[in-house]
Design a protein. Structure first.
Length: 199
């Protein structure tokens, strides 16, 4: 209804393993519950799921759940939902460079871009950071080079439709120049149609 076609969320960073063990365990239980509860309604709503991040340290059960959810929703086209789990922007760049080096390919901006874990979607137009923090915390470091940033004091569970509308309104009021001057972009229309949001 708002024209957003791609949503990328930061569910669990690679740094989150350093949190207290009971908190990590609780987060993993939340994930397992969400997979069991949400995949069917998301599939029925036309959502295509992707779990993005380093799976090498995850249990076989979690990896199987990810793969099953991705397979179940693979043909959906209403919304692409990327769930970044055990993800870090530095990890993403490093794994992309390692992949290219292993194939003997030169490392260029284009080749690196195509080897990133989120190569299946374009870079986000808008990055929303919730919880009153004003940093990107190792999230999508490569991809947010030209994204508009929006900071909200609302915690993620409290980020509702009104908060989203405020973020989209702020985005629509901005002039996206991509290195050009204001005169060069004068008259262009800013739209979230077909837009991509990371939160």
């Amino acid at each position: 209804e708002r024209g957003v076609r791609v949503l990328t969320v930061f569910a669990f960073s690679s740094e989150n393993w350093g949190r207290p063990a009971d908190e990590v365990s609780g987060l993993l239980e939340l994930l397992a519950g969400a997979l069991a509860r949400e995949v069917k309604p998301l599939n029925e709503s036309g959502v295509q799921l992707h779990f993005v991040g380093d799976r090498s340290g995850l249990s076989a059960k979690v990896c199987a759940g990810f793969a099953q959810a991705e397979e179940c929703t693979a043909d959906n086209e209403q919304l692409v939902l990327n769930v970044c789990f055990n993800y870090g922007g530095r990890w993403d760049i490093a794994q992309a460079a390692a992949k290219l080096a292993a194939r003997g390919e030169p490392i260029t901006e284009d080749s690196l871009d195509s080897a990133l874990a989120l190569a299946h979607v374009a870079a986000p137009d808008l990055l929303i950071r919730t919880g009153g923090e004003q940093r990107i915390s190792n999230f999508l470091l490569w991809q947010v080079a030209y994204s508009e940033l929006y900071f909200s004091d609302a915690l993620w569970p409290e980020f509702d439709a009104a908060e989203l509308d405020a973020a989209l309104g702020a985005y629509a009021a901005r002039e996206r120049r991509f290195g050009r001057t204001s005169a060069q972009v004068a008259g262009e229309v800013v739209s979230i149609e077909g837009g991509r949001i990371a939160a």
